[in-house]
Design a binder for this molecule. Structure first.
Ligand code: ADP
Length: 450
């Protein structure tokens, strides 16, 4: 109503004046007055239309017209409309820009295909995974650029619930999972995700299960075979059945040992950080380990101990004991009779180094980087003969990693090896004085030395 009020009141005023003029001076004066007003209105209208047209042609650069009265109202409303549109255009542009930036930053390769499977758009990751270039390949048919048979088959199947797992056409080291997502009427989004790490973990899991099953199958088959033999021949001579029982016990112990190592590994893997961080009396532990080596060797090797440092370690007693025990047991098992084994504890540049040196068979250089992998063995049958599970050094590596320590391996085939557990300076600490702290109980000491 506000808008109409002004023109109506002007019209009413003009008519009123025309009527007064008619009454006062006759109809010629009234008509003359009306013609004059008409001419003024027409000219004003032409002028305002011209200003409006000029502004509408370039509203961002030309100053908006201003006027009073009805034209002022019209201009004001148009300007308001234009400002609102400009603001919403700005919002839309910034949302679009944000979306584009986000799509560019997405780590997955993304390609938008139109209804004819031509590339409309793709992000930088699609260059890394699929070798596509948004500028160069826009408008190209995707099947001419990615021509692998399994990809074409995947495209033809148009089964949007399916994912295609394949090697990247630009880098065979990368495994991709491709997925097609339909949108709009006929468009499709091709998503390429790097699943190399997932595949690797999956492969490790499969290998691990295969290895464990394999390791358990042999002793289980042996034990099962003997049980059958014993059950089927109750009159077997006592010496024979004794022998079978010994072998069964041997294989049962092997399985037990394997399960113990598996549980240790799983415990180590399930907690990233150390459960107990306590002072560990390494010189005392070294004595116990020497006794353990002698007990395992049963006089077949000479075992020496060199303790050049009284330092202790801050760490987990049980874990360190188990890691160093594995190094000692390996030295005994892989050193032929008559060989020498030396255990040493020293400080080197502030680091604490516990090393086990043997004069055994040694290891060829190409095997060394893989020794800490689970079930990796240089000589499978030698490891089994000596009761190995293939998990010892994997446990050592885990324990040392949790302590921020490292395993150094020096070895010469035919001459021997040195395995050193090197602990960082911040874990090496002086032995506690009687006033400063209590001595750490060492449960194995009595048994090992006794
Ligand atoms: P295993 O139970 O087979 O001994 P480990 O993980 O302890 O498993 O060791 C992995 C492999 O490293 C062993 O199978 C063996 O081939 C090699 N190895 C470990 N310690 C020694 C050593 N002191 N001398 C020679 N070879 C060794």
């Amino acid at each position: 109503m506000g808008f109409w009020w002004r023109p109506l009141s002007v019209l009413a005023s003009v008519l009123l004046v025309a009527l007064i003029l008619w009454a006062a001076s006759g109809w010629v004066a009234a008509l003359g007055f009306l013609a004059g007003i008409q001419a003024f209105v027409m000219l004003r209208r032409l002028w305002q239309e011209f200003r409006l047209a000029r502004w509408l042609e370039n509203p961002d650069e030309v100053e908006p017209p201003d006027a009073t009265g009805t034209w002022g109202d019209i201009f004001y409303r148009l300007q308001k409309l234009q400002r609102r549109q400009k603001a919403s255009r700005g919002r839309l542009t910034s949302a679009l820009e944000q979306f584009e930036h986000a799509a560019m930053a997405v780590p997955d390769g993304m390609v938008i295909l139109n209804g004819s499977e031509q590339i409309d758009w793709c992000n930088p990751a699609s260059r890394r995974y699929l070798g596509l270039d948004c500028e160069r390949d826009r408008g190209q048919f995707v099947r001419y650029l990615l021509r692998q048979a399994h990809f074409l088959e995947f495209l033809d199947a148009a089964d949007y619930s399916r994912r295609l797992v394949c090697k990247s056409p630009v880098n065979r080291e990368i495994t991709l999972s491709l997925q097609l997502v339909p949108f709009d009427e006929s468009k499709k989004l091709l998503v390429a995700r790097d699943i190399t790490d997932l595949e690797r973990v999956d492969e490790m899991r499969r290998d691990f299960i295969a290895n464990v099953s394999h390791e358990l199958r042999t002793p289980l088959t042996v034990v099962g075979g003997f049980v059958e033999t014993l059950a089927g021949a109750p009159d077997l001579p006592a010496a024979d059945s004794r022998h079978y029982f010994d072998l069964m016990l041997d294989h049962t112990r092997r399985m037990q040992h394997l399960l113990d190592d598996l549980l240790t590994l799983s415990r180590l893997e399930s907690a990233d950080h150390l459960l107990h961080d306590e002072p560990v009396n390494v010189p005392e532990m070294a004595h116990a380990l020497k006794a353990e080596a002698e007990s395992l060797s049963r006089g077949r090797h000479s075992v020496r101990l060199e303790i050049d440092s009284a330092a202790w370690l801050a760490g987990n007693l049980q874990e360190i004991r188990s890691a160093l025990g594995n190094l000692v047991s390996n030295a005994v098992r892989y050193t032929p009779e008559g060989g020498a084994i030396t255990l040493a504890w020293r400080e080197r540049d502030g680091e604490g180094e516990f090393s086990v040196t043997d004069t055994g068979e040694g290891i060829a250089a190409e095997h060394i980087p893989r020794l800490t992998e689970r079930f990796y063995r240089v000589d499978r049958s030698r490891s089994r003969e000596t009761g190995g599970t293939g998990l010892g050094l994997a446990i050592v590596k885990h324990v040392l990693t949790r302590h921020g320590a490292r395993l150094d391996i020096q070895s010469t085939p035919g001459k021997g090896s040195t395995f050193s557990a090197v602990f960082p300076a911040q874990r090496v600490q002086p032995p506690p004085t009687p006033e400063s702290g209590k001595l750490i109980p060492f449960p194995e000491r009595e048994q090992a030395t006794g």
